[in-house]
Design a binder for this molecule. Structure first.
Ligand SMILES: [Zn+2]
Length: 230
């Protein structure tokens, strides 16, 4: 009968190993790291997109600047050619020149500001890349450790499963069926009796039961149905 106690212990052990395997397969630290990595990768993508848009904007601004400069050059040629004698016309051209000069400076200012943003974005992208590489390395190392642990637990699991098979073959079928039926209901199908009290439901045993236990028998609790030993 004591084989059932050993079988029960093995089952508990196997449950523990299975829990450990389930836990490390879905390790909270790894999912946390993956979430972090995903967020940083998304941020990096966003910065890269912003950078691309900004570069396009800069090209447009540079073209605008070039046009303004050409226009300005033309106006200056007209203005200082000495050919235009009409004062009003000259004033008009001068105003135009001033306006052009102003918008040229505005574009230049905008370009400088955009260049600063480009620099900042490049720094941010670089930081993201470094952080992503770090995280990937940490995840890889952790995965390696997890796989080693998984191998170890899986081996343990198989060894214990084999031992369970051995115990099963040594226990008579009636007791085995009884044990497994109770195990379907309770995780602790087999309990120890202490102070004449069932370790599963805490109800006191009858005297005739106690004497059986004293003979190293395994009996059922009349209250909860669990198997008991002393
Ligand atoms: Zn009981």
């Amino acid at each position: 009968m004591n084989k059932i106690i050993e079988l029960d212990k093995k089952h508990d052990l196997i449950d523990k190993i299975k829990n450990k395997i389930a836990y490390i397969q879905d390790h909270p630290k790894i999912s946390e790291l993956r979430t972090k990595l995903y967020k940083i990768e998304q941020a990096e993508k966003m910065y890269i997109k912003q950078l691309e848009l900004l570069k396009q904007a800069i090209i447009t601004l540079e073209n605008n600047l070039k046009n303004k400069e050409e226009e300005l050059k033309k106006i200056d040629e007209d203005l200082y050619s000495g050919l235009i004698k009409d004062i009003k016309l000259l004033e008009n051209i001068k105003n135009k020149e001033m306006n052009l000069q102003e918008s040229k400076e505005q574009i230049e200012q905008e370009l400088i500001e955009n260049m600063d943003v480009v620099e900042n974005l490049n720094i941010k992208i670089q930081k993201c890349k470094t952080k992503c590489d770090e995280l990937k390395q940490i995840i890889e190392n952790s995965n390696q450790k997890i796989n080693e642990k998984l191998d170890e637990y899986t081996k343990k699991l198989y060894i214990n499963l084999e031992q369970i098979e051995k115990f099963r073959s040594e226990i008579n079928n009636e007791n085995l069926t009884k044990y497994y039926n109770i195990r379907k209901r309770y995780k602790n199908a087999l309990v120890k009796v202490e102070n004449n009290i069932c370790g599963g439901c805490n109800v006191e045993l009858f005297m005739n039961k106690i004497s059986k236990l004293d003979n190293d028998e395994i009996i059922e609790c009349e209250n909860c149905g669990r198997l008991m030993y002393k």
